[in-house]
Design a protein around this ligand. Structure first.
Ligand SMILES: CC(C)(COP(=O)(O)OP(=O)(O)OC[C@H]1O[C@@H](n2cnc3c(N)ncnc32)[C@H](O)[C@@H]1OP(=O)(O)O)[C@@H](O)C(=O)NCCC(=O)NCCS
Length: 233
């Protein structure tokens, strides 16, 4: 674990897409994917979008083999499963465009060095939902508070954007023990929190807890959430 290093948490319209791609690439890399996928299978979201139609398809097969004249039931179950999958895919596609918040190691002259981690967002425009759709920190940087800082950055960004209307921060399928720890300890177990200009008790408590957790980190964070005056949705 790297600690005591200066890091920058950066959001800008210019870097947002490349950070989102970095998180996706990292998640699907040979290094992360097997473990990340194994954990993902145990999330409620995976059960809802993939598990239920899979169970229906298996049930359709079983009925066909075990029960005589169960063809109609098997067909109905298969149709429901396929429709379920399609509706799920449509729902996920409506989570909106991707963008990202990056965490960069800072060079001695203050310029941005390598990416140490990133948070991928999906920005759902009509409902003003900021989905936290992916979180990735490079192995050598884990445990230094970067995951916590990136979640706090998403809340800060949402808070700035709340000037244009309430933003709901939603965490999609947290699977890693560290992501779950952040939700349990800092987000009070909630995966959905409304962010308004005048913060609600819950919003205040969440952001305070994230800040407190971060104050324990030995790393120093520079906040560079530029462009946040412009609407991001
Ligand atoms: C999940 C991930 C982004 C966390 O990043 P991180 O920078 O290490 O997280 P933090 O240092 O901010 O730690 C957050 C909390 O989780 C705890 N934690 C960290 N690693 C942990 C682990 N392996 N098991 C359990 N808890 C852990 C920390 O102690 C901290 O809690 P605290 O504030 O009470 O001390 C990182 O581990 C990662 O990239 N994992 C692989 C990709 C992945 O699975 N992403 C998540 C998809 S939901």
């Amino acid at each position: 674990m790297n600690s005591g290093q200066r890091l920058a948490i950066v959001y800008s319209i210019a870097t947002g897409s490349s950070v989102a791609r970095y998180v996706t690439r990292g998640f699907f890399s040979l290094r992360e994917f097997p473990q990340a996928f194994a954990r993902m299978v145990l999330t409620g979201e995976f059960g809802l979008f993939v598990g239920i139609p899979l169970v229906l398809l298996v049930a359709a097969r079983l009925f066909q083999h075990l029960l005589p004249r169960a063809d109609t039931l098997a067909t109905v179950l298969t149709i429901i499963a396929v429709l379920w999958l399609i509706i799920g895919l449509v729902r996920i596609s409506r989570y909106g465009r991707s963008s990202g918040i990056g965490c960069y190691a800072l060079e001695t002259d203050g310029s941005l060095g390598q990416l140490a981690g990133g948070l991928r967002m999906r920005l759902e425009r009509p409902s003003r939902k900021l989905w936290i759709a992916g979180l990735l920190v490079e192995p050598e940087w884990r445990g230094a508070g970067i995951g916590t800082a990136l979640i706090l950055a998403a809340f800060r960004l949402a808070w700035q954007q709340a000037a244009h209307g309430t933003v709901t921060v939603c965490v999609f399928a947290p699977s890693h023990p560290a992501s779950k720890a952040i939700i349990e300890k800092q987000l009070g177990g909630l995966q959905t929190i409304a962010v308004t200009v005048q913060p609600s008790e819950m919003q205040k408590r969440t952001m305070d807890r994230l800040e407190q957790a971060l104050s324990k980190s030995q790393s120093t964070f520079d906040w560079r959430l530029t462009d946040t005056e412009q609407p991001i949705f």
